[in-house]
Design a protein around this ligand. Structure first.
Ligand SMILES: Cc1cc2nc3c(=O)[nH]c(=O)nc-3n(C[C@H](O)[C@H](O)[C@H](O)COP(=O)(O)O)c2cc1C
Length: 196
């Protein structure tokens, strides 16, 4: 890692390596949000695209995380690629992806996943699995032929980072930590080495 390389290009390199190291879900990342009172909550989601604009995942906008991100549009992400002994931590503001971007991704999903997005009231209580099965059956009838539109309650969020930290394990716990801090809107980053 050299100090002139932009953090998005380092991330792309590391992510490619993670996809080639035999991991079942290299896209899995922990997503931390917080409610209006500052109470953090954490869960896994899948990274669906990344680049200088940020890091995108998709979800139900009416889920717990969806509500928290509307009330407090800030998030943190954490990847751990164990075979590579690498961790990447990201912190930033959050924005919704455009309707066009969400439509295109939704259209690329398997039909059963599209029906699932319509059927699941994610994060809300249900009496039992029969509630979910009933919703799936109803939606399968409703959308039995033709194009399935994206539900209004389902879209993507983009985490636009101001901090990205790369962690690489080294022998004797003398790990290498490199923190990139965005210094303005012009794409400049300050590089800081941190004690492990
Ligand atoms: C490996 C993994 C990947 C997941 N990916 C997603 C995802 O991309 N989007 C999503 O909404 N939930 C995903 N989930 C489920 C979430 O962890 C979580 O249970 C769900 O989104 C509800 O979270 P909430 O109640 O905090 O909103 C995933 C779970 C695991 C274990």
């Amino acid at each position: 890692m050299n100090d002139t390389e932009c953090p998005f290009s380092i991330f792309a390199r590391w992510y490619d390596a993670a996809r080639q190291c035999g991991l079942r879900e290299p896209a899995a990342m922990a997503l931390a949000t917080a409610d209006a009172a500052g109470q953090p909550s954490l869960r896994m989601v899948l990274l669906k695209s990344h680049g200088p604009d940020g890091f995108v995942f998709y979800t139900n906008l009416e889920s717990r995380k969806g509500g928290e991100l509307v009330a407090n549009p800030k998030a943190a992400l954490c990847f751990h690629w164990m075979p590579l002994e690498r961790q990447v931590r990201i912190q930033g503001r959050v924005e919704k992806v455009s309707d066009e971007e969400a439509d295109a991704y939704f259209a690329s999903r398997p039909r059963d996943s599209q029906i699932g997005a319509w059927a699941s009231d994610q994060s809300r209580p249900m009496k039992g699995m029969r509630d979910l099965e009933k919703n799936v059956a109803l939606m399968a009838v409703r959308f039995h032929v033709g194009h399935i539109p994206r539900p209004d309650h389902w879209s993507g969020f983009r985490v636009v980072p101001h901090l990205i930290e790369f962690w690489q394990a080294k022998p004797f716990r003398l790990h290498e930590r490199t923190l990139y801090t965005r210094t303005g809107d012009d794409g400049d980053w300050q590089v800081t080495r941190l004690f492990p």
